[in-house]
Structure formats: C-alpha cells, structure tokens
Write a protein that binds this ligand. Structure first.
Ligand SMILES: Nc1ncnc2c1ncn2[C@@H]1O[C@H](COP(=O)(O)OP(=O)(O)OP(=O)(O)O)[C@@H](O)[C@H]1O
Length: 415
C-alpha cells in the first residue's frame, strides 16, 4: 500500500553475487525534503543498492521500499521515481529531444514535456543536436532530464556529477537542493564526499557493502571539530591523566597528541592537573574528506591505514594504530553512528504532493502510466527498464533503439 510519504526505506538489504558479497545488512531511510548522499569508494555497493531499490536486482535478503511499497508494486513508477543509473549510453543518432520523446511516448506523457525538462537542465539550445556529440556533462544533464520527465516525487541519481565541470557541479548542487526544497526526496550517490559536501544534508557512507556512517553531514563535521592537537612537556603524564576522563588520545608522528572528547579549555585544565606544560594547542577543524577516507579505508589496499593519519607512532617511535578515528569494520556501524533500527514501512495517511514548480505544463491531472511505464521509471539516463539480473549491464541504451518521431534518423551530424 502506498503511504504517500515519498520516503525510501532500506531494511537489512543484502546482495551476494556468488561468493562475492556486494551489500550486507544495509539499513537506511531517505526522507523527503532533503538531499541524501549515498557515498562510498568504487565497488562499495552503491549501484547494487540503487538497483535493488529500483527493483532491477533481487536482494539476496532484506528489502527496499519506495513510498511504502517495493518498487515493483508502485502504481505509477514513472511518476513516482525518476532515476539515473547510467548517463553515458544514449542512441548516438538521436537528438536530445527525440531521446526524451521516446520516453514520453512510452510513458504516456505529453511530448512538450521533453522541451520542458531540457529547459530545466539547461539543454534547450542542444535539443536538436545528436547525442553522439554530447560532452560528459551534457550527457549527465540529458540523463537527469530523462529522470525528470514524469515530474517524479523521488529522484535517485547514481554519480550525477561524474564528468561535470565545476560550473556544472555548482549548477547540479543548486538544482538538487531546490528540488528537495519542494518537499521531494533526493538520493544521490558519489564516490567523492568533497563533490557532494555542499549538496547533501544527510549522508549514508558505505564501505565494502556495509554502512559505516548514517547521519547528518553536520554531525559528521562536528566529530571533526572535537579534536584538539596538543604538544606538551610530558605526553605520558597527560595521557595518564586523560585515562578515565572519557577523552581519547593518539600520538601523532610529530610528537603531538590528538585528543578527542575534550575542547581546548578542557584540555588546558587537564594539562594543569597533570602538571605538564602546554607548548602548543590547536583545535582541529579537520578535513571532512580525510574522515571519509578513514571511514572507508582499506577497501582495495593491503595497507593497514592507507588513508589514515600519517605515521601515528608511540612516543618510543613504534607504530601505533589510531585510537579514535579508525573505522573498525564490524557488521554494525560504529557507536554513535548507528542507523536507526529497522522499521516496518511507515504508513502515514496519504497526502497529496505539494504543488511543484517542476510540474509539467497542463499535467496537474496526469494520465495514468502506460503499461510500458510500469516496468520502471522513465529516467534511467541512457536507458531503463526491468532488466534481468545480469552482470555488466548497468542500463545502457540499445544501439538499435527505435527512433520515436524520426527527426534524427537522417541528416544532421555525421556519425
Ligand atoms: N551483476 C554483478 N555480478 C557480479 N558482481 C557484481 C555485479 N554487480 C556488481 N558486482 C560487484 O559488486 C561490488 C559492488 O559493485 P557496485 O557497482 O555496486 O559498487 P559501486 O559502489 O557502485 O562502485 P562504483 O562507484 O565503481 O560504481 C563490486 O565488487 C562489483 O564488482
């Protein structure tokens, strides 16, 4: 039963491909009204998760719900979810407009909607150009336009900023924020936190298919601000004093101590009580990207701390594992970073969607989705449909795709 929430709910999702576990015990919720970043390094299971949410891949166990139901049970998937999983595969001989008209025809949307979404993504001037000449950034925009065709309540985008130049990324940031500000749901994946840090409000970070952080970006930042770097006359005396206070300390290679769980003033008090002189004290605002690397460290390297703080050592010069900033892979998330416990799909009373600046002209009473649309949202970029579970097939547009109104089958740019 649709709950009208616009929420995405992932519950204990697990996917194995033979011996390979791509996603395990994943729990998170994507709420409407904000942009949620789904972040993790290459191969961490992001696309696999998105495909399971979109009903393109059957979970080994667990479930995903969109608007209160599994994707396959959505009444109007094309109007509920717009998704981009592959932004690079378009029929090279189709113009942007015609690419979109294939989808409007398939989903029963008015043709004019093609031009409307091209305008939304800033591609109006390229509407009549064949996609073979499109840059990476233009392809990303066209894929997004495809996802927007049904004026969906929920947007799911896999690496939408890939290939975009800084101006394009800035535009995308504003676009996604504005979209979410209308009360819609936006889930966007990326392997770069830096790319997304000014776009997302909430983040789910995955490493090796497991969630290692689920919370607001603000909270994640706050953990960075709680570190005090201090150089003292007697580090051993200070660490003894710190024991039992709840603060954590690690030795840095330059002889300083990095202390968590205490601010600069508290640090000064503790040093005084320990009878040590402070030679240097600095509150570290940290680097969010560095924290991201630490949370997801080691996925593809044999090194013990490929992204960790450089050269953490004991005072005697021996190597030491960082105490506070190290992600320990466990089936669960680190303390304080837990996903909320799995909930059954919430069933609040259905409410009508808020009026939307994105609504297509004259589409206040949209016609029911065509049967073709029920196989999936229109907007998986280059191509979308209920595909059988097959490796390597992440949604490419078939080269022999039919032309929808023929404006791009003859003439125009040479192939
Ligand atoms: N259909 C498949 N058959 C076999 N293995 C697969 C399949 N799809 C994904 N995998 C494997 O599952 C793991 C997770 O892949 P996935 O594409 O979900 O990661 P990702 O986080 O999206 O990575 P990227 O950022 O590189 O796209 C990888 O090891 C990948 O090789």
């Amino acid at each position: 039963m649709h709950d009208g929430s616009g929420r995405i709910l992932v519950q204990q999702l697990h996917k194995s491909f033979g011996p390979l576990t791509a996603v395990q015990n994943l729990d998170f919720t994507v709420e409407p009204g904000s942009v949620t970043g789904f972040l993790g390094p290459n191969g961490s299971g992001k696309t696999t998760t998105l495909r399971m949410i979109l009903g393109l891949l059957k979970p080994t166990s667990g479930a995903a719900y969109v608007d209160g139901v599994p994707f396959a049970r959505l009444h109007h998937p094309a109007r509920t979810v717009g998704a981009v999983l592959d932004s690079q595969s378009f029929h090279p001989g189709h113009t942007a407009r015609n690419h979109l008209r294939c989808y409007t025809a398939a989903t029963g949307l008015p043709d004019e909607q093609a031009d409307r979404v091209l305008e939304l993504v800033g591609l109006s001037s390229a509407a009549g150009r064949k996609t073979r000449g499109f840059s990476l950034g233009m392809r990303q925009r066209l894929a997004l336009a495809t996802a927007l065709l049904g004026d969906p309540r929920i947007l799911i985008l896999d690496e939408p900023a890939n290939g975009m130049d800084p101006e394009g990324i800035a535009w995308l940031r504003g676009f996604l924020k504005a979209y979410a500000a209308t009360g819609r749901t936006v889930l966007v994946s990326s392997h770069l936190l830096r790319e997304m840090e000014h776009t997302v409000d909430h983040v789910v970070i995955v490493s090796r298919g497991q969630s290692v952080y689920n919370g607001s970006l603000e909270q994640l930042r706050a953990t960075q601000h709680s570190r005090v770097l201090v150089r003292v006359s007697d580090p051993v005396a200070l660490t003894s004093m710190l024991r039992g206070t709840g603060a954590g300390a690690e030795y840095l290679h330059d002889g300083r101590l990095a202390v968590t769980g205490v601010d600069a003033r508290g640090m000064a008090d503790l040093a005084l009580r320990a009878g040590v002189a402070i030679q240097e004290l600095q509150e570290s605002s940290g680097d969010l990207e560095q924290l991201f690397f630490q949370l997801t460290e080691g996925q593809f390297t044999g090194s013990d701390q490929p992204f960790g703080p450089p050269g953490v050592t004991n005072p005697d010069g021996s190597a030491q594992q960082p105490q506070q900033w190290r992600h320990r892979p466990t089936p669960q998330q680190p303390p304080g970073r837990q996903a909320p416990p799995p909930q059954p799909p919430p069933q609040p009373p259905a409410r009508p969607p808020a009026p939307s600046p994105w609504a297509p002209h004259g589409a206040e009473q949209p016609p029911p989705d065509s049967p073709a649309a029920t196989s999936g949202p229109p907007g998986l970029g280059g191509g979308y449909g209920s595909r059988p579970e097959r490796p390597e097939q992440h949604g490419g547009q078939r080269e022999h795709e039919q032309s929808c109104d023929g404006d791009d089958t003859h003439g125009g740019e040479a192939r």
